[in-house]
Design a protein around this ligand. Structure first.
Ligand code: PRP
Length: 185
């Protein structure tokens, strides 16, 4: 019986090797910029966990980790436009150097919401590290200090990104065959 998520792929947009190279480059920059700053990586659940995991393994400075969960897509391919805080941080970020780690910045609504939310907690500094951005979809512009790849306006899955909670385990970033959307819904 075949049950491989790879069968549902239309096109691989970013291969595994390209991601690995990019993650190494981003980690090297973070290593240089945050030496002696003990930054806290904040992973935005759930999509960023694969990226975060690879990124942190390439970072060799003293640092810590926390998680926050927000949602705005509710299993669909379009943002509802309303960002909902599902789970807050465990630790205080007051006086800490924060690196917010995201898999994708699409409309920018999630990052804008989190940036404003975090600034009220008085961190020492705040930067965003995002693997993917979709410039054509930007509704709110946010500064991304550590940016991986710009991608076209296509719905993508893999490397943490899901469709209806599936496909996060793919090691690359890809589009799905159109009939998959009809089947899953
Ligand atoms: C995705 C992604 C970002 C957000 C970006 O999360 O992980 O958090 O959408 O979109 P925006 O720039 O338009 O706000 P999603 O709500 O799908 O949750 P998930 O990470 O749990 O899959």
């Amino acid at each position: 019986m075949k049950d491989s998520v790879k069968d549902d792929i239309l096109e691989i947009l970013i291969p595994e090797t390209d991601i690995r190279t990019k993650v190494g480059e981003l980690a090297s920059r973070i290593n240089a910029d945050y030496r002696d700053k003990n930054p806290v990586f904040i992973s935005v659940l759930k999509g960023s966990v694969i990226f975060l995991s690879d990124l942190m393994k390439n970072v060799d400075i003293r640092s810590s980790l926390d998680f926050i969960a927000v949602s705005s897509y509710e299993g669909d391919t379009e943002s509802t436009g309303v960002v909902k805080l599902e789970m807050d941080l465990r630790e205080s970020i007051e006086g800490r150097h924060v690196i917010l780690v995201e898999d994708i910045v699409d409309t920018g609504l999630t990052m804008d919401y989190l940036k404003h939310n975090f600034m009220t907690r008085r961190p020492a500094s705040f930067n965003i590290c995002a693997l993917l951005t979709k410039p054509e979809r930007t509704r709110i512009k946010v500064d991304i200090a550590y940016k991986g790849f710009e991608i076209p306006d296509k719905f993508v899955v893999g490397y943490g990104l899901d469709y209806a909670e599936c496909y996060r385990n793919l090691p690359f970033v890809a589009t799905l065959r159109p009939e998959i959307y009809r089947k899953v819904k």
